[in-house]
Design a protein around this ligand. Structure first.
Ligand SMILES: [Zn+2]
Ligand SMILES: [Zn+2]
Length: 407
């Protein structure tokens, strides 16, 4: 389960943050599930290393424009690409009418099956491997939080142990794998649980936006590996948060603490906290961390692979490190305005390029040896690179400046 943030701004896009969308990539089934689809989400997908053709399900939280205005464009482009056979869209009542109206009045015909599901609190989707549930949050219009839960996996079966005890091959091994007790013809009895490691706990991700603090978010997020929660406002703007039914940084942290999640990502920031303003997103992070220390800031294109063992993944730089924050600091320091956007794009292009490159390309274009290329590939396999600073820190011997020109 790999999360990529495609939009982390509330209401309107800023130069460095697009409006809401989060991609969940499920590598084992080559599928991407999107959560919200703000305007220009398809442009963000093109700038990421995700493949639009893998989008299989789209979950919409609510009908506000910053969460759905990119939906129709993306669905249309998926049709033109001709590589999609079915997309299922889930969302609140009126989403089906919105989609039907757009299709009708823009005379759009999709060459694939589009299934629109109106969700209600409870189970939304389940196929044995993954279950998606939702709860009604507390916003100005009906808004749903979603939880994706992966099923537990059976622990490893120690076949060599069974062989050593002389248990004959065949159906008995299947029964042992299932943890059942078997009796051999010679009268010996074995408990299958003695031959299997404990089951691997399935992972979970919860997405709560838009909402003011509410109990249903706490219930939905119980013990989740990752909670992505909106933090539109800083703590000192709590009055605004209550008036507009959005969350402050401290409300998000309280949900995380009450739900005992492992990791909290703050997202959906008001543009008033953009670089150069008196209060910035780093201040929201500090407020949240005072309540829930394991909090990080989401930023566009930030990638996080949820580890299987329930540990916090240490591969990603912490959100307040220079590497992760470099887009924001760039923007705060560079002039003129046009140069800022170009510089931010160019600065992180190498990270995107290296996430796509083959080993041969790396060796040729960067002039590095096979050992270094393999080390980079191995690191990439564990965790995609999110910014140039991370690459520079890990592999200072490589001249990264050539990458964005060459790939
Ligand atoms: Zn919103
Ligand atoms: Zn909203």
């Amino acid at each position: 389960m790999e999360i990529t943030f495609l939009g982390t701004s509330s209401g309107v896009p800023t130069r460095t943050r697009n409006v809401s969308s989060v991609a969940l990539r499920l590598p084992q089934r080559k599928e991407i599930w999107l959560f919200d689809c703000g305007e220009a989400t398809q442009h963000q997908l093109l700038r990421s290393d995700l493949r639009t053709s893998q989008i299989r399900r789209i979950f919409i939280t609510h009908m506000h424009g910053d969460h759905i205005f990119g939906l129709m464009g993306l669905l249309a482009s998926c049709g033109l690409a001709g590589t999609v056979s079915q997309i299922d869209v889930y969302g609140p009542p009126t989403l089906d009418r919105y989609i039907a109206s757009c299709l009708r009045w823009s005379v759009m015909r999709l060459p694939y099956k589009l299934q629109v599901h109106t969700v209600e609190p409870g189970e939304v989707f389940s196929d044995g491997e993954f279950t998606v549930t939702c709860r009604l949050l507390h916003h100005r219009v009906p808004a749903f939080g979603y939880r994706v839960t992966e099923g537990d996996r059976p622990g490893r079966f120690h076949v060599e142990k069974a062989q050593a005890l002389g248990i004959p091959f065949g159906p008995l091994y299947g029964q042992l794998k299932q943890g059942k007790t078997i009796t051999l013809e010679d009268g010996r009895t074995f408990d299958g649980r003695d031959f299997c490691d404990p089951p691997q706990r399935g992972r979970s991700m919860v997405y709560c936006t838009d909402t003011v603090f509410c109990d249903s978010a706490v219930e939905l997020a119980q013990q989740a590996d990752v909670l992505i929660h909106e933090a539109t406002f800083s703590h000192q703007e709590a009055n605004l948060a209550f008036a507009r039914l959005h969350s402050t940084s401290t409300m998000a942290a309280q949900v995380a603490a009450f739900a005992q999640v492992k990791l909290l990502f703050l997202t959906h920031f008001s543009a008033r906290y953009a670089p150069g303003n008196p209060v910035q997103v780093e201040d929201l992070l500090a407020e949240a961390q005072a309540i829930f220390p394991n909090t990080r800031l989401a930023q566009d294109f930030l990638h996080y692979a949820i580890p299987r063992d329930g540990q916090i993944c240490a591969e990603m730089p912490p959100s307040d490190s220079p590497a992760a924050a470099n887009i924001d600091t760039l923007e705060a320091t560079l002039e003129p305005l046009e140069a800022q956007t170009v510089a931010a794009d160019a600065k992180n292009a190498p990270a995107i390029a290296i996430n796509r490159a083959t080993r041969q390309q790396m060796q040729q274009k960067l002039g590095i040896d096979a050992t270094t290329a393999n080390a980079i590939l191995e690191r990439r396999r564990q965790q995609k690179f999110t910014c140039l600073g991370e690459l520079e820190r890990l592999y200072p011997q490589v001249d990264w400046s050539a990458l964005n020109v060459l790939f």
